[in-house]
Design a protein around this ligand. Structure first.
Ligand SMILES: Nc1nc2c(ncn2[C@@H]2O[C@H](COP(=O)(O)OP(=O)(O)O)[C@@H](O)[C@H]2O)c(=O)[nH]1
Ligand SMILES: [Mg+2]
Length: 324
C-alpha cells in the first residue's frame, strides 16, 4: 500500500506545475481516496480561475483530434492547457483511450500541457462526482484552460455540460444531422456547435440544419432575454486543424458573454450545487450501507415483518435517525 500522501506538499508541488503531483492528485480523485477530502480543502482557495471547456459528441466524430488541435491553438496563444479525456462507458481503459494517447502525442513533451485519461471506475457517484474534482485539481495547478472530452453517451454529455463554462458539441456530416441532434437533446447543451470532417460531403447540409434547429428553440442556456446567446455553428477539419482558430474565438466570445450577462457565476453556482449534492448522496449511501446488520435496521425490519410498521414509515424513521 502507498504511504498516506503529504497532502500539503502534494498541493504545493501541483501548484508549481509538477506533472507528477497533478497526476497523483487526480489518481486520488479516481480512487476516491480518503485524503481527497483534505486535498480538496487545500485546493479550494486556488480554484475558479481556469476556463473550463467541455467537448462532447458521438464516438468517432473527432473529439480527440479536435482537442489536440485546440491545445495547439491555445499553446500558440501562450496559455497552459489541461485535458481530461473522460470515458464513462469503459471502466477499463480500452482502445479508444489508447487512440487518444496517439492523437495527443504532439503535446507529449510540452510541460505546459497536461493530458489525462480518466475512467470513472464505477464508484458511486461516478462521473458526476469525479469530473468536477479533477477539474479543480487542474484549475488549482494553474492551467488557464481545462478541456474536458466526454463521449456522448446518454447522461454523460449532460454532465459535461454541467461541469463546463462552455460546452462545444461536435457533429459530423451524415452521422449527426440536426434532427438527430435535437432528438439526442444535444441542442440544449451546446454553446458552440462544430461540424467536423468538413472535408466530407454533406457538411453544409448539416450546418444548415443545425442553424435551423437552433433558431427554433432557445434553451435555458441562452441567458437573459435582452442579451441572449445564439450558438455559433462552425465547420472544421480537425485532422488538418482547419477552422480550429475560429472555434477558439467562438469559445472566447462565449466566455465574454458569460461574464457580461452574469451567466458565469450562475453556471458555477449550479455546478457547485450538483457537486455538493453528489458528495452528500455518496455520504448518505455510505451511511445507509453501513446500516446493514445495524440494530436500528434490524428492529425496524422486525416491526415491518409483523405488520406493526409499513416500510415507508420505517424508511422515514431510518433516515431521520441518520442525523443522530
Ligand atoms: N476526414 C476526417 N477525418 C477526421 C477528422 N477529424 C478526425 N478524423 C478522424 O476520425 C477518427 C476519429 O477521431 P477521434 O478524434 O478519435 O474521434 P473521437 O472518438 O470523437 O475522439 C480518426 O481516425 C481521426 O483521424 C476530419 O476533420 N476529417
Ligand atoms: Mg476520443
Amino acid at each position: 500500500m502507498a504511504a498516506a500522501p503529504d497532502v500539503a506538499d502534494l498541493v504545493a508541488r501541483a501548484r508549481e506545475g509538477q506533472p507528477r503531483a497533478v497526476a497523483r492528485l487526480i489518481s486520488m480523485v479516481e480512487d476516491a481516496a480518503p485524503a481527497m477530502r483534505e486535498a480538496t480543502a487545500a485546493l479550494a482557495p486556488y480554484s475558479g480561475r481556469a476556463q473550463v471547456v467541455g467537448l462532447t459528441g458521438p464516438p468517432g466524430v473527432g473529439k480527440s483530434t479536435t482537442t489536440s488541435a485546440l491545445v495547439a491553438v491555445y499553446r500558440a496563444r501562450g496559455l497552459r492547457v489541461g485535458v481530461l479525456a473522460v470515458d464513462p462507458s469503459s471502466p477499463f481503459s480500452g482502445g479508444a483511450l489508447l487512440g487518444d494517447r496517439v492523437r495527443m502525442q504532439d503535446h507529449a513533451t510540452d510541460a505546459d500541457v497536461y493530458i489525462r485519461s480518466m475512467a470513472s471506475r464505477g464508484h458511486l457517484g461516478g462521473l458526476s462526482w469525479a469530473t468536477p474534482q479533477a477539474i479543480r485539481v487542474l484549475d488549482a495547478a494553474g492551467f488557464d484552460v481545462v478541456l474536458v472530452e466526454t463521449v456522448g453517451v446518454g447522461q454523460s454529455e449532460v454532465e459535461v455540460a454541467g461541469a463546463a463554462d462552455t460546452t462545444v458539441v461536435l457533429l459530423a456530416p451524415g452521422m449527426g444531422d440536426g434532427v438527430q441532434a435535437a432528438k439526442a437533446g444535444i441542442l440544449e447543451i451546446g454553446d458552440v456547435f462544430v461540424v467536423n470532417k468538413a472535408d466530407r460531403d454533406g457538411a453544409d447540409t448539416t450546418v444548415r440544419e443545425l442553424r435551423h434547429m437552433i433558431t427554433l428553440g432557445s434553451g435555458p442556456r441562452s441567458g437573459p432575454a435582452d442579451d441572449p446567446w445564439s450558438p455559433a455553428v462552425l465547420k472544421t477539419v480537425a485532422s488538418t486543424r482547419e477552422g480550429i482558430d475560429a472555434v477558439v474565438d467562438a469559445i472566447d466570445a462565449h466566455r465574454a458573454w458569460l461574464e457580461r450577462a452574469g451567466q458565469l457565476g450562475a453556471r458555477r453556482q449550479v455546478r457547485a450545487q450538483a457537486e455538493i449534492e453528489a458528495i452528500a448522496f455518496d455520504a448518505l449511501r455510505a451511511r445507509i450501507g453501513h446500516l446493514h446488520g445495524d440494530a436500528r435496521l434490524d428492529a425496524l425490519a422486525a416491526r415491518v415483518v409483523v405488520g406493526d410498521l409499513d416500510p415507508y414509515a420505517a424508511a422515514d424513521l431510518l433516515v431521520a435517525g441518520l442525523g443522530a
